[in-house]
Design a protein around this ligand. Structure first.
Ligand code: FES
Length: 577
């Protein structure tokens, strides 16, 4: 592995948070749920359809690599749930987050007997339970279990849907997808419950006949009394162990509570005259939420946005060290070397603390997730392009101000027309420079291709402009373009009536730096290698360079482009293929 790829791998691993691990595991479990529920829904057709479906379901989920992934995901997800029971002190969305946690923690206890009976019964004693045997057990012998199953289905599905909602709600497509997701969220469990009801009813009717019993209740299918007693013991032990773990987590919370009270209360001073008293151990953001102090936290305390960051006033020596995730986020915003800059959602001070919030919270961006979800921003992949006109200061020195404005406006309209023609959006104008965004309404690959095509078209348009103004200008207009893509937050930024829609994030900053570098690297455009790869173009003909970007630990690979018009050829090649 090369040095760069090793560093990238380390950086990638440092960037993974516990919440992301929980999310990935949760997605695996949700996929299982979906597959199992669709299987139950086949009961609306017939028991035979259910049996055929479950054979496919089992073949997929018992395929060794899938089974390993599934059981690992289940173990990790449950473990992180227990950890959250211990660790969480303050919930951002007061009712739904604790509900989500309680629903999730109840699932293992509710399904243990079913899982042990089905899986271990097969593994230990080669029992062959299918829907018929389960329905007979739950609908005929112990009907309370039927209600338990209905309850588990609703609990597991609700838990999964809440998790999905928290994950998807800031995605750009969510607004459009929400009605379909809601319809599926209602339809799938309804069909599953109806399927179980139909299947159970069939078994209740048919099981009265001795033939049916002979065919479906053999010891091979339902197990012997001794086997089932072993399975029951295992299920009981597991349940006890699990409840013990939950009890331990609750006890650990109590111990922590007492220990923190012993350490005492600490004061947090916000630098604007406001001071609150909280138990030591709360994060600064949790303390703000507890005392209803507005505090910017766009990602909801997930250490993903850095909007909660604070500057600590005074001695930083007593502060706990940043976790690797916090250090990673701080390094991405160029604050890695400053011990006074910390993320409020991650910092848990143990002594009095004074600080300033670095991003002023306001009603639309701080804690307003529930009331204005569309205004606080969405996280999405965008390609940012910075275009800057070269030598406009020199131009202004030799011309009348109106004349200069006229030329700069001609430049910006030539650029904007190219951006719009290729599917992008001119977003901000700063002096003689422009930020254009690609990908607001398309997928990442299309966005990257549009940006490359736009850079080429900008070069063509500026050539035409230079020809039109050749008698007016001492030298042709020159320009620099920086292009980079990545996950950013898009939303309304500004103050009161002066809000603008724009993008914020590392990818935008990097594009600006690449544009700056076009001067020192004597290029018309600099495109990050990531964008070329995402666009799927063969950029081998363009020189590569490893460059250091201020605020990023690792260098990045870029392609330098002397004449931006050649970028059109790359796009033509992929389109032709
Ligand atoms: S709230 Fe987003 S990083 Fe702290």
């Amino acid at each position: 592995m090369t040095d760069i790829s090793q560093k990238s791998a380390i950086s990638f691993l440092r960037g993974i948070s516990l919440r992301q691990v929980r999310l990935v595991c949760g997605l695996v479990l949700f996929a299982y749920l979906l597959s199992h529920f669709l299987n139950h829904a086949l009961g609306n057709i017939s028991l035979d359809a259910m049996d055929a479906g479950v054979a496919l379901h089992a073949r997929f989920w018992q395929f060794t690599p899938i089974a390993v992934a599934f059981y690992s995901a289940a173990t990790i997800h449950a473990g992180l749930g227990i950890w959250a029971l211990y660790e969480r002190r303050q919930f951002h969305w007061k009712a739904i987050e604790p509900l989500q946690l309680v629903l999730g923690l109840s699932i293992p206890a509710l399904i243990v007997a079913h899982v042990v009976g089905m899986r271990l019964g097969h593994t230990l004693f080669a029992q062959e339970r299918g829907y018929e045997q389960v329905f007979y057990g739950y609908w005929v012998l112990l009907p309370y279990k039927m209600w338990l199953m209905y309850a588990v289905i609703l609990i597991a599905w609700t838990h999964g849907c809440i998790g999905l909602y928290f994950w998807l709600r800031i995605r750009s497509f969510f607004k459009h997808a929400a009605p379909f997701l809601l319809a599926s969220a209602v339809l799938v469990p309804t069909l599953a419950l109806l399927g179980l009801y139909q299947g159970g009813r069939t078994v209740v009717q048919e099981s009265a006949s001795p033939e049916w019993q002979k065919e479906n209740l053999s010891p091979q299918q339902v197990g012997t009394a001794a086997e089932n007693s072993v399975l029951q013991d295992i299920a009981d032990d597991f349940l006890l162990g699990y409840l013990g773990l939950l009890g331990l987590a609750v006890a650990a919370r109590a111990v922590r509570f007492v220990a923190e009270r012993r350490v005492g209360m600490i004061s947090l001073s916000y630098g604007n005259g406001r001071t609150i008293r909280v138990p030591a151990g709360l994060s600064v953001l949790e303390a703000s939420l507890r005392h209803q102090v507005p505090h910017a936290s766009v990602c909801g305390g997930r250490a993903r946005c850095s909007t909660c960051r604070i500057r600590v006033i005074g001695d930083t020596g007593l502060l706990p060290e940043p976790s690797s995730r916090e250090a990673f986020v701080l390094s991405r915003i160029g604050a890695g070397g400053d011990p006074a800059i910390r993320l409020a959602c991650q910092l848990r001070p143990t002594a009095d603390l004074s600080f300033f919030q670095l991003l002023e919270p306001h009603p639309m961006s701080a804690n307003a997730h529930a009331s204005h979800p569309q205004r606080i921003g969405q996280e999405r992949y965008l390609v940012s392009m910075f275009i800057d006109m070269r030598g406009s200061t020199k131009l202004a020195e030799k011309r009348l101000p109106f004349d200069t404005v006229f030329i700069v406006n001609r430049f910006l309209s030539a650029v904007s027309l190219a951006v719009i023609a290729c599917g992008g959006q001119p977003n901000q104008f700063v002096g003689d420079g422009e930020l254009a965004l690609f990908g607001l309404a398309c997928d990442p690959q299309t966005a990257c291709r549009q940006a490359l095509q736009a850079a080429a078209l900008i070069a063509t348009n500026i050539d035409e402009l230079n020809r039109a103004l050749e008698h007016d200008l001492p030298d042709p207009i020159r320009f620099g373009i920086g292009i980079h893509g990545g996950e950013v937050i898009v939303g309304d930024i500004g103050y009161r009536d002066h809000m603008v829609f724009t993008a914020l994030g590392d990818a935008v900053n990097v594009a600006a730096r690449l544009q700056d570098m076009t001067k020192s690297l004597a290029s018309e455009a600099i495109v990050s290698e990531d964008v070329c790869k995402m666009a799927g173009v063969d950029a081998d003909a363009l020189p590569t360079q490893e460059v250091s970007i201020r605020g990023r630990v690792e260098p990045m690979i870029v392609r330098t482009v002397a004449d931006a018009k050649v970028l059109a050829l790359l796009i033509e090649d992929v389109v032709a293929v």
